[in-house]
Ligand binder design. Structure first.
Ligand SMILES: Cc1ncc(C[n+]2csc(CCOP(=O)(O)OP(=O)(O)O)c2C)c(N)n1
Ligand SMILES: [Mg+2]
Length: 314
């Protein structure tokens, strides 16, 4: 993925997430969703480093992961609207979305729930002798779930090709990472399992892309799992309608100064890869893409009532 495509993808994600928050406020979509405003560089930097055959598992906050991996905004929006054209024909919504054909093995509403899926995918890759690496996203909150330790242990023991990518956005719902992590660096937990690890600035797209590429290479070459911590900030509320009473507006204002898109744009301008006029046009194009996605979703049919039992295995 070239640098301008990375920029385009980050803008698509930002505008998508802003639209999702607005559509909830307006009562046009139901259920719930967790947006990733401020975390776009983690999703896109990672996608830029992945190879097409690689497998990704995601979290409850996965729209950015999915879009960066190649999901169509219209079909994802249609899923949130519960329409038949959505990725899961409108049955899954935000926390179930998946498309294995683009190597995206699902979001997950269970905190830490997708970590063992990635280990299963990595075991499959190892047994079949493919060059696939599985990468799982999870949060700082999920890092203290028991399943994280159980799977790290097995993955290390079996030397599986898996990258554990902790998106440390500083919060698990209203709890700050400083109140839930005994030691501030999740990456250091790799030591007890004897696996490789790194930390990087998750708001720096180029740093994420490079560190993820190194982690993937490590796993692909047979050196076993890699634990990578990307430090970022969740500018969004936890989920829709979160009044964010647990943190000061000053903290958010300071975090907005470090947000990844403006930061990457400063780089593009400094490197003369884009002009101010280019950036303005790119912002307008991203807005139009998301408006089209909403229109596609709203004009799509609801699932046919006769299909209600399809995909029900109970
Ligand atoms: C097993 C389980 N426990 C609790 C919850 C409720 N819950 C939903 S999101 C969340 C916080 C997760 O925090 P983190 O892993 O840091 O991800 P983030 O929301 O910051 O992206 C919690 C506790 C859940 N969904 N599943
Ligand atoms: Mg978190």
């Amino acid at each position: 993925m070239d640098l301008l495509t990375c920029h385009e993808q980050m803008l698509t994600i930002r505008r998508f997430e802003e639209a999702v928050e607005r559509l909830f406020r307006e009562g046009r979509i139901g259920g719930t969703a967790h947006t990733c405003i401020g975390q776009e560089a983690v999703a896109v930097g990672t996608a830029a480093a992945l190879q097409p055959q690689d497998a990704v598992t995601s979290t409850h906050r996965g729209h950015g992961h999915f879009l960066a991996r190649g999901a169509e905004p219209g079909r994802l929006m249609a899923e949130l609207f519960g329409r038949a054209t959505g990725y899961l024909r409108g049955r899954g919504g935000s926390q179930m979305m998946m498309d294995a054909s683009i190597g995206f093995y699902g979001a997950n509403g269970i905190t830490g729930g997708s970590i063992p899926f990635a280990v299963g995918l990595a075991l499959d890759a190892k047994l079949r002798g493919t060059k696939r690496v599985a990468l799982c996203f999870f949060g700082d909150g999920a890092a203290s779930q028991g399943v994280f330790h159980e799977t790290l242990n097995l993955a290390a023991l079996w030397k599986l090709p898996v990258v554990f990518l902790c998106e440390n956005n500083g919060y698990a719902m209203s709890t700050t990472a400083s109140r839930s992590l005994a030691h501030p660096h999740v990456a250091d937990r790799a030591t007890v399992y004897g696996i490789a690890s790194a930390q990087t600035d998750g708001n720096d797209l180029l740093a994420v892309r490079q560190t993820v590429a190194d982690a993937l290479d490590h796993a692909r070459c047979g050196h076993g799992p890699f634990l990578l911590e990307c430090r970022t900030y969740r500018l969004s509320g936890h989920s829709r309608g979160d009044p964010r009473e647990y943190r000061a507006r000053d903290e958010e204002t300071a975090a907005w100064q470090r947000e990844p898109i403006a930061r990457f744009e400063a780089y593009l301008l400094a490197q003369k890869l884009a002009t101010d006029a280019d950036l303005t046009a790119r912002h307008a194009a991203a807005k139009a893409r998301i408006e089209q996605a909403i229109q596609f979703a709203e004009e799509s049919p609801l699932p046919d009532a006769a299909s209600v039992a399809q995909g029900v295995f109970a």
